[in-house]
Design a protein around this ligand. Structure first.
Ligand SMILES: Cc1cc2nc3c(=O)[nH]c(=O)nc-3n(C[C@H](O)[C@H](O)[C@H](O)COP(=O)(O)OP(=O)(O)OC[C@H]3O[C@@H](n4cnc5c(N)ncnc54)[C@H](O)[C@@H]3O)c2cc1C
Length: 481
């Protein structure tokens, strides 16, 4: 690799830029939907005529829509984590690390690798696809007592946590403790909160029955708006109906005012005793964007319809991190969805290639082809090409859509789904991820905070820590277990 560690970086970076005959270097930040697709589309167009470096803390692409199935014990986490090396051509290099420096004027980028070594390099083109992190509202107690749901560590934590609550409830003679352990509160009814509540409730119900508990676990879904507000009404109404029919306590036009060690207090005054508070109120763009000094809108990097950052013709941005004009709805930006991120990433690859003399640029225009919402069991809602589906047909369409959309691991995923129909779910809780490792206010929900590696954990005084107010691990309170 020509990238350099901090020592002697500047001269090496200058050498790097002026090396005669070298292929242009394109650095892509992030290996999610947008970054992965950008790398794939660019490498297909230019092959060895370009040097592509993907900087990302994980060496895999994470298929986030199936994360709730990992928490529910249906899928093993590696099924939805597709290794970059297996799915991208060999000409794409992966630099493991988290970008902590971006100088758009100098065309220089720096990142910290998992062993704490800083690297820098220059680029000819840059694609920013750093995605998003949890949106944390200023609600007392939430950062201490709530957990988010954005990465594999959080899904693994939740799976173990739910099993543990059932087992501790089964051993308790105190009815109040049992009730609290068997109650889960999910805040936010977007696709994350809705799918987590749907999958989690079924999983916990099965667990409780298998341990001979007489009570049914209680799931409460709290949301300021309607369930799946903003999505097609058919999807929203189906999800709302299915959840209520299953016994989920859906409380719309409600919010959590305070989280405490023993429960959640709602705006209506109700106090819900619980040991499980899941914060799914939405996402905000990765904090990296705040630091760039260019125009942002609600934290998203403003780009033109070619995905270029105004004033920096060599810089492109896409996915959740970018505010991309929605040409089909003038005046609005595209929503933060996997569909948009994937298609924008593909276009970013095309437009970067065009800017390097390969092919022609295009503007981003995408018409919605439909959406799928998995509700666990055989329930789902889908509207492919506007056709309204519910129940088993929607379930089949949803699973088919996921399999087609995943860039790898399809057979393994399908096998896990088949096993889930034939066998009981595995309930060994390995306890490898505990709550301090998955803080809600993390700038990097994709990696567990074990005190190793990236800046937030390795160096308490690091720049990202100071800017984003991350607490040292020891200040975090481990929830009951
Ligand atoms: C549980 C869940 C379920 C969802 N379900 C759906 C669904 O059903 N349908 C749908 O359309 N959308 C869904 N979404 C939303 C969808 O996943 C996102 O819109 C999509 O992932 C955005 O893609 P992205 O590439 O912009 O970001 P991501 O996929 O989040 O990728 C961001 C990448 O950037 C990396 N990164 C972040 N910071 C840095 C840094 N400083 N340096 C280097 N790399 C960095 C990350 O590690 C990651 O690789 C869901 C989201 C969640 C959390």
């Amino acid at each position: 690799m020509t990238d350099d560690t901090a020592a002697g970086t500047r001269s090496a970076a200058e050498r790097d830029r002026s090396a005669p005959g070298r292929p242009p270097k394109v650095v892509i930040v992030g290996s999610g939907f947008a970054g992965f697709k950008a790398a794939q589309s660019l490498s297909r167009r230019m092959g060895d005529a370009v040097d592509i470096v993907v900087v990302s803390p994980t060496n895999y692409f994470l298929y986030l829509p199936l994360l709730p199935e990992v928490a529910a014990g249906i899928l093993e986490p590696r099924r939805i984590s597709v290794a970059l090396a297996a799915a991208l051509p060999a000409c794409v290099r992966h630099a493991p690390g988290e970008v902590d420096e971006l100088d758009l004027d100098e065309k220089r980028i720096g990142w910290l690798d998992p062993e704490g070594v800083h690297h820098e390099t220059t680029y000819d083109r840059l694609v920013i696809a750093a995605g998003s992190v949890h949106k944390v509202l200023p609600v007392p107690g939430v950062t201490q007592y709530a957990q988010g749901f954005r990465g594999v560590p959080e899904a693994l934590y939740l799976r173990d946590h739910l099993i543990r609550q059932i087992e501790l409830a089964a051993m308790s003679d105190d009815p109040e403790e049992r009730a609290a352990r068997l109650t889960c509160v999910v805040v936010g009814a977007g696709y994350t909160g809705t799918e987590v509540a749907a999958q989690g409730q079924l999983f916990m119900k099965e667990l409780a029955a298998s341990r001979g508990l007489p009570e049914e676990p209680r799931w409460v879904l709290v949301s300021r708006g309607e369930v799946l507000a903003g999505l097609d009404p058919h999807l929203a109404h189906t999800a709302d109906r299915v959840l209520r029919e299953r016994g989920v306590d859906v409380r719309t036009h409600e919010q959590v005012d305070e989280a405490t060690g023993d429960g959640a207090r709602l705006a209506s005054g109700d106090h819900i005793p619980t040991r499980t508070l899941l914060w799914c109120v939405g996402v905000r763009p990765d904090p990296l964007i705040d630091e760039l000094g260019v125009e942002v809108d609600q934290g998203r990097l403003v780009v033109d319809s070619h995905l270029r950052v105004p004033g920096y013709p060599e810089v492109f941005a896409c996915g959740d991190a970018a505010a991309v004009p929605d040409l089909s709805r003038p005046g609005e930006y595209t929503a933060m969805t996997a569909q948009h991120a994937e298609r924008q990433g593909k276009l970013a690859g095309r437009n970067v290639a065009a800017s390097l003399g390969h092919g022609r640029e295009k503007r981003y225009k995408h018409r919605d082809l439909g959406f799928v919402v998995d509700l666990g069991g055989f329930e789902a809602a889908a509207n492919p090409l506007g056709v309204k589906l519910t129940g088993k047909p929607a379930h089949v369409v949803a699973r088919g859509y996921h399999l087609i959309s995943m860039p790898g691991n399809r057979i393994r995923t399908a096998v896990d789904w088949t096993l889930d129909v034939l066998l009981k779910r595995q309930t060994a809780q390995l306890g490898l991820v505990r709550s301090p490792a998955v803080p809600l206010d993390s700038a990097s929900p994709e990696v567990p905070q074990h005190g190793l590696g990236f800046p937030h954990a390795a160096a308490p005084g690091s720049r990202r820590n100071e800017q984003h107010g991350e607490q040292p691990q020891e200040q975090r309170q481990e929830q009951a277990n």
